[in-house]
Structures are given as C-alpha cells and as structure tokens.
Design a protein around this ligand. Structure first.
Ligand code: HEC
Ligand code: HEC
Ligand code: HEC
Ligand code: HEC
Ligand code: HEC
Length: 219
C-alpha cells in the first residue's frame, strides 16, 4: 500500500484520535457526575422554607380552591405563575385577619412591597419550558408536580433532568390524559392507557418524532 503520510504524521493522527476519544470519555464522566451533583438535584423532595407558611394542603385539599385561582397563567402562558399579595388578600382581608402567620402578607399589602417566594423549581437558563403547550395538550399538574394538593410545604416531586423530559417526549401516550383530567389529583390511568393515549396524541396532532430534537428545549 502507498504510504500517504510520513510516519510522523501517522503518529500525530493516532495521538489526536486518542486525545479526542479521551476527551469524549471525560465529557461523559462530567455529565454523569453533574447528573448526581447535590447542587443540581438537591431540591427534589425537600421542602423549601418560605416567607409565609402557605399550605397547599389547606387551600387546595381542605378548602378546595382551584389551582387556577392562584396559577391562572399555567394554562395560558409559558410560566406557571406565583400569585401576588392581592390574590391572597381577596380572602384574607376578611378571613383569619387575626393570624400572625399572615402578618407578612398584610405588611406586603400595606406597603406595596411584594412578597419574595423562594423558587421550588428552577431549570437551568439553557432550557426552555412552556406550561400552556403541555397543559392544553392534556398533561396534568400532578404528572410533573406530584400531589401538590397534599403538600403542607411545596417541594419538587420530579428530578426534571433531561432524561425525565425525554421519557415523556418519546412516549407521550403513556402520560397523556383527557384535558378535563388535567387538574385531577390521585388520577388512576385506565387499563387501556396506551391505546387511549395514542388516540389523544393523534387528536392533539402531536408530532412525536420532533420532540427529541435539541433545538425545541435548547433554543
Ligand atoms: C391560594 C393560592 C394557591 C392555590 C389555590 C394553589 N397554589 Fe400553588 N402556590 C401558591 C403559592 C403562594 C406558591 C409559592 C409558595 C410555595 O412554594 O409554597 C405556590 C407554589 C406552587 C408550586 C411551586 C412553584 C415553584 O416555586 O417552583 C407549584 C408547582 C404549585 N404551586 C402548584 C399548584 C397546584 C398544582 C395547585 C392546585 C392543586 C396549586 N398550586 C394551588 C399558591 C397557590
Ligand atoms: C410537563 C410538565 C409540567 C406540567 C404538566 C406542569 N408543570 Fe408546572 N413546572 C414544570 C417545570 C419544568 C417547571 C420549572 C420551570 C422553570 O424553572 O423554568 C414548572 C414550574 C411551575 C411553577 C413555578 C413558576 C414557573 O413557571 O417557574 C408553578 C407555579 C407551576 N409549575 C404550576 C403548575 C400547574 C398549576 C400546573 C397544572 C395546570 C403545572 N404546573 C403543570 C413542569 C410542568
Ligand atoms: C379563596 C380564599 C383564600 C385565598 C385566595 C387564600 N386563602 Fe389562605 N386561607 C383561607 C381560609 C378559609 C383559611 C382558613 C382560615 C382559618 O382556619 O380560620 C386560610 C388560611 C391561611 C393561613 C393559615 C392561617 C392560620 O393562622 O392558621 C395562611 C398562612 C394562609 N391562608 C396564607 C395564604 C396566602 C399566602 C395566600 C395567597 C397566596 C392565601 N392564603 C390565599 C382562604 C384563602
Ligand atoms: C408528561 C409528558 C411530558 C413531560 C414530562 C415533558 N414534556 Fe414537553 N412536551 C410534551 C408533549 C406531548 C409535547 C408536544 C405538545 C404538542 O405538540 O401539542 C411537548 C412539547 C414541548 C415543547 C414545545 C415544542 C414546540 O416547539 O412545539 C417544549 C419546549 C417542551 N415540551 C419542553 C419540555 C421540557 C424542557 C421538559 C422537561 C423539563 C418537558 N418538556 C417535559 C410532553 C412532555
Ligand atoms: C425535552 C427537552 C430537551 C431536549 C429535547 C434536549 N434537552 Fe438537553 N437538557 C434538558 C434539560 C431539562 C436539561 C437539564 C437542565 C437542568 O439540570 O436544570 C438539559 C441539559 C443538557 C445539557 C447540560 C448537561 C446537564 O446534565 O445539565 C446538555 C449538554 C444538553 N442538555 C444537550 C442536549 C442535546 C445535545 C440535545 C439533543 C440531542 C438535547 N440536550 C435535547 C432538556 C432537553
């Protein structure tokens, strides 16, 4: 065989091949480490300290106030939305006005200074998420946020890694519900979930093939 490269060039080619293989391994390792890093995953399952001891269990389960009352934007926009002081005071200007737990709410209302709630969920900047697209296509609050209606203090129920998003983007028929069940908690999937799911996916004209392309989530 004709020698196309000088022996030295050959060595360099081999070395650089080896180097890029090594770089690949290092990147993979970093990704794996990052995936388990306490800094990126610490919030899963951990209750977050808030300026007011607001209980979803009390308001959503016991008092039966709809999620929409406080998170109306989840259905219409990309953002889930955190209610402002006025929303609380629509009731608490008359209800539990004696409560010391509500002192920061009353102060905020009187001064006009907004309450600063700690974020429970916080995806990295390089990821784009949109609520309305999911909610309007029949994906429930419960599927992504767990039993919020039972939480005394809100916490993150799913790890919300890329793998987690993709599990559903590959097989949305496993999770999709009729839209009227989007606010149901404790929903039990029917036995023919996959069959029904396929029909719902078709009904909403969901193009599953494009749901794992990098550019829809990393824009
Ligand atoms: C009376 C108002 C109210 C209602 C009703 C309500 N929420 Fe909330 N929600 C809040 C407030 C205030 C916060 C911010 C404080 C906290 O995290 O507990 C919040 C936080 C959240 C968070 C975490 C947000 C973050 O920081 O990432 C989720 C998820 C959530 N609510 C979902 C729901 C769901 C699902 C329902 C219906 C079962 C619901 N909420 C009903 C007021 C409400
Ligand atoms: C397909 C999954 C999914 C569904 C369905 C879903 N959420 Fe979320 N939600 C998320 C993710 C992901 C975040 C974090 C977004 C971020 O940090 O940028 C989030 C964040 C939130 C927040 C905090 C504010 C924000 O937008 O960052 C609230 C409040 C919330 N969701 C409420 C709801 C309610 C109410 C429903 C049902 C109507 C719902 N979500 C349905 C995935 C979902
Ligand atoms: C639709 C009416 C309604 C809205 C809106 C509402 N609440 Fe309440 N909240 C209630 C009722 C009713 C109680 C129970 C009062 C009682 O036990 O006497 C309550 C109780 C509470 C308590 C416990 C008070 C205590 O001392 O036990 C806190 C804290 C609270 N709410 C915070 C909030 C915050 C913060 C918001 C706004 C994000 C909010 N609520 C919005 C109706 C509402
Ligand atoms: C339980 C199922 C489910 C989960 C979990 C889920 N998605 Fe989706 N997502 C879908 C489906 C189905 C669609 C397509 C909806 C349609 O076409 O009407 C979609 C659409 C999207 C779109 C819009 C694509 C476009 O441009 O039309 C974005 C962006 C997106 N998802 C991001 C995310 C991210 C980021 C996560 C994780 C944090 C996530 N999704 C988790 C089911 C899910
Ligand atoms: C369905 C949405 C979705 C799609 C599609 C997607 N990603 Fe991601 N990606 C995410 C989420 C969510 C994270 C984690 C963000 C976080 O940890 O807060 C992430 C993180 C990453 C990271 C950072 C490493 C890490 O672990 O945080 C890289 C690199 C990445 N994605 C590359 C890609 C590439 C390349 C593709 C296409 C093959 C792709 N992503 C497709 C949602 C998506």
């Amino acid at each position: 065989m004709n020698q196309l490269f000088r022996p030295a060039a050959n060595t360099i080619a081999r070395l650089s091949l080896l180097a890029s293989l090594l770089a690949g391994v290092v990147i993979l390792a970093l990704l794996l480490v990052n995936d388990q890093s306490p800094y990126t995953r610490a919030s899963v399952g951990i209750a977050i300290e808030q300026p007011v001891r607001f209980s979803h269990k009390l308001h959503s389960d016991q008092l039966n106030i709809e999620c929409l009352y406080c998170h109306a934007t989840a259905e219409q926009s990309s953002y889930g939305g955190i209610p402002d002081t006025h929303t609380c005071m629509s009731c608490h200007s008359q209800i539990a006005t004696y409560s010391t737990l509500l002192e920061p709410v009353r102060t905020s209302y009187a001064t006009g200074e907004r309450l600063v709630w700690e974020k429970v969920h916080d995806l990295a900047e390089h990821v784009y998420f949109n609520h309305s697209i999911h909610v309007q296509a029949g994906f429930a609050c419960e599927t992504c946020h767990g039993r919020v209606d039972q939480m005394v203090v809100a916490w993150q129920a799913q790890n919300m890694t890329m793998d987690w998003c993709l599990e559903c983007h590959w097989e949305p028929e496993e999770y999709i519900r009729p839209v009227e069940e989007v606010y149901t908690f404790g929903y039990e999937a029917p036995e023919d979930q996959v069959e029904l799911g396929m029909q719902l996916v078709a009904f909403h004209e969901i193009d599953v093939d494009r749901l794992d392309s990098c550019s829809i989530c990393h824009r």
